[in-house]
Design a protein around this ligand. Sequence first.
Ligand code: ADP
Ligand code: MG
Length: 612
Amino acid sequence: MTDIIKLLPDHVANQIAAGEVVQRPASVVKELMENAIDAGATTVKLIVKDGGKALIQVVDDGMGMSETDARLSFERHATSKISSAQDLFNLHTKGFRGEALASIAAIAHVDMQTRTETNEVGVHIKIEGSKIVSQEVVATPQGTSISVKNLFFNIPARRNFLKSNQVELRHITDEFHRVALVHPNTEFHFYNNGSEIFNLPKGKPRQRIAHIFGSRMENRLVPVSEETEVVKISGFICKPEFAKKSRGEQFFFANDRFIKSPYLHHAVVAAFEGLIKPDTYPGYFIYLEVDPSSIDINIHPTKTEVKFDDENTLYAILRSTIKHSLGQFNVAPVLDFDHDPNLDTPYAYKEKGAVLPKVTVDATFNPFQERERKSGGSFQRASSKGWENLYEGLDQDVDTNNFSSVAIESDSEAQGTLYDDGVGEHMATTFQLRRKFVVSTVKSGMLVIHQNRAHERILFEKFLGEITVKEGVSQQLLFPLELTFNPQELGILREIKDSLTNIGFAFESLEEETVKLTGVPLMVPESGIGTVLDRLIADYAEGFNEGTVSQAEVLAKVLSKNLAVKTGELLDQESQLALVNNLFACKEPTLSPFQKLTYTIISEGDIDKKFS
Ligand code: ADP
Ligand code: MG
């Protein structure tokens, strides 16, 4: 047999290597920004277009490159940062593999201009798919500017795999934060499609955090500091009351490099034990400094996972340091753990007295005539007056002053299909079981509705309809409400603005940190708007990353989740009936928007069996 093994040509090897280094535009951003920092830049500009698919450019004022270095920098294993294996154990730079530029150049169109301090002119190199297509002398400021265009132009499968511009931009923003957070002494600018979304002047770490995550973050931070032989810890934790349901502001850095460490995350959470609710996460920005030889950052190609020599000790030190900070800054427990959160009144209803709901039910409803009426076309709504009479005297044990007595407004046509057995016994016989279920009788037996899930389904379809047909009713605010958001949150708000407008939100402008709100949807009380929007943004950011659902669907889900009545809420008679009617007026009544069963029917036969 003849020999069959061949050495791969360089450009093929580079393309393969690129698969490891460059997963998406954000990976390019990370590599280019890290190179800028390694080059000693004091100002770094990041410019992206279309989620990085059209352009990623990083401009720095660092040391620049000579003509030879500029050409060499695109070779594989070409690095100025290490020269022997020994150096691997004493790394002070971000890069060291000499792979990034070669990989990027293999799968994109790259344009580099660079000049060192001593050279009078710089060099301008263009590379496409690993081939240098032009090299010229150029007048350019000291430092380096690299533009990466048409990422994955020669790997269509990869390009197709990219997510929407918004999702890619979010990944880029994450990488930008990770670099910016460890270099508060470097100035950063970030432009997306021509507008500046971050302008981070030099400052202290605390100011950097506030510039990134919004000024309201500043007084949520509690400093953390400890120095031992093994590790030096600095940074901040967020006060327990700001723990969030969604993950997000959790950052570990080891020797100025962003790292992920589920183990150390656990140490932080353990320190917060008893101070935050079980399903919430504390925010933190923790900077660890260890002896470079005691950490192996080499085990993962994109280098966010690390291996510490003595993880157990690190865990213990970290946990006690954080506990100490929490104690020292008097962040005492504020939560009452005997309190059942299920019994909390959702903010949406706090200010809402238990008004008589505007239930529109056909008072003349006669189950015997159900089929006729349906075939008769449009459904006549009766005045609610007649309907109220049906219930006279029934609502006496409903405490109408009780905050947790919730009114569900019925705005859909009642449909009687479930009841058309001619018995009509459902009319006054809904009742609430353990503030969790609404029970009623139907022809085949007993109907048990999960109040929270059913209401989620109802609201989901309502909001989905409003977002798509733009018919949400807005309640104008007498005095515009001012709310502050950080730049990321603003970005998301801008992204979902149209949908929000469709359901009744009215914003004056979304350019500044402080946003003026002039109108809100009818069902959101003024006092709860801030919370609703906060959750909306957090949930939306999470939900949208999860799958390929449409924006309208994500929003409708988030809104329904946040506004639906919860388990533990008392529903008055009218609301119970409205819940039943509205649920069965839904297109898909059986499942909640989160694919959970909304109701079940326990058949007469099943009940009979119990008595046999
Ligand atoms: P690494 O960073 O691992 O060394 P890269 O492929 O990222 O590998 O870069 C290769 C080399 O190119 C670097 O070692 C550095 O000498 C040079 N280089 C890359 N980017 C810059 C920059 N922005 N300024 C100056 N030199 C740079
Ligand atoms: Mg590098």
